[in-house]
Design a protein around this ligand. Structure first.
Ligand SMILES: [Zn+2]
Length: 288
């Protein structure tokens, strides 16, 4: 939702991917007005600027922008991931003169574990919890992480995935656009699976761990987020470091792969990351 603020404006024209429109409508249950659905690789000309939307690897339908203005090229990453996941292909580097890059995890101590190892840990924890008579519940973003964790259980285990209705809607949206996620809605067939305690449950991360335990006393709750690296499990029983963003080593690698003349950093550790780049001889400044 933090990428779709402009959708609230019903008058202005919005250029966006068709996947983003579909996901926004699924989560908010509101219609997007005056949006122009675009595909990756498509070029739009606005005010003599040539804009191309490219895959940013963050979540389903997320885009970065490549812009051309006469002889200057820009790459605006937005939120991005520079590693393949079970559901997304990584962003690709692109030579540009000016790079505007998100730096959510732009601090050297943010180095994520190998994704495959995290997948194994999540599947192992869920299997162990079920064997001990518990109900494994994951708190995660309905867009992005929910699809990745659903696919993880579909591919690595035979444990059924039960989804909160919000996640049922986002997963169904992805399936309607070519995905093949297998899951059961909490309010329908999922109810019986929960009673039998032979499934995993996915809830939006807006839910509170303590509150869920009053409804499901056998629940063991895990969070799934990159922030678990620094902030641990908070009120949950467990936490897994899985992010839809690039970590610090990937941010550095991405910048170098784009060969920019100037880098502007934004979000998170913008200043720290810009200073690190300067020490590596790359011209950089924080935008905000
Ligand atoms: Zn994001």
């Amino acid at each position: 939702m933090d990428h779709t603020g402009a959708f609230i404006d019903t008058q202005k024209i919005k250029y966006t991917t068709k996947e983003t429109i579909a996901l926004f409508e699924a989560v908010s249950q509101k219609k997007v007005r005056n949006a122009v659905p675009c595909s990756y690789g498509q070029t739009v000309t606005l005010h003599q600027l040539e804009l191309e939307i490219i895959n940013s690897g963050h979540v389903f339908g997320s885009g970065a922008l490549y812009l051309k203005d006469k002889d200057v090229t820009f790459l605006y990453t937005g939120d991005f991931n520079f590693t393949d996941s079970l559901t997304q292909k990584a962003i690709q580097t692109r030579d540009c003169d000016i790079l505007v890059i998100e730096t959510t995890y732009g601090r050297p101590d943010f180095a994520f574990p190998r994704r495959d190892d995290v997948y194994d840990s999540i599947a192992g924890w869920a299997a162990k919890t079920i064997m001990e008579g518990g109900l494994p519940v994951f708190l995660l973003y309905p867009v992005g992480k929910a699809q990745e964790v659903t696919r993880l259980f579909n591919l690595l285990t035979s444990i059924p995935v039960v989804t909160h209705p919000t996640i049922t809607r986002t997963n169904s949206t992805v399936n309607a656009m070519g995905g093949d996620l297998v899951f059961y809605d909490l309010a329908k067939e999922g109810e019986e699976l929960i009673r039998s305690k032979s499934c995993v449950c996915l809830f939006p991360n807006s839910f509170n761990a303590r509150g869920l335990k009053t409804v499901y006393p056998d629940a063991r709750i895990a969070t799934v987020t990159g922030w678990a690296l620094n902030f641990g499990r908070r009120n949950a029983d467990s936490s897994f470091v899985l992010s839809s963003h690039a970590d610090y080593p990937q941010l550095i690698q991405f910048v170098k792969g784009c060969h920019p003349k100037k880098v502007y950093t934004m979000h998170g550790y913008a200043e720290i990351f810009a200073n690190k780049l300067k020490r590596e001889g790359i011209d950089a400044a924080p935008l905000c």
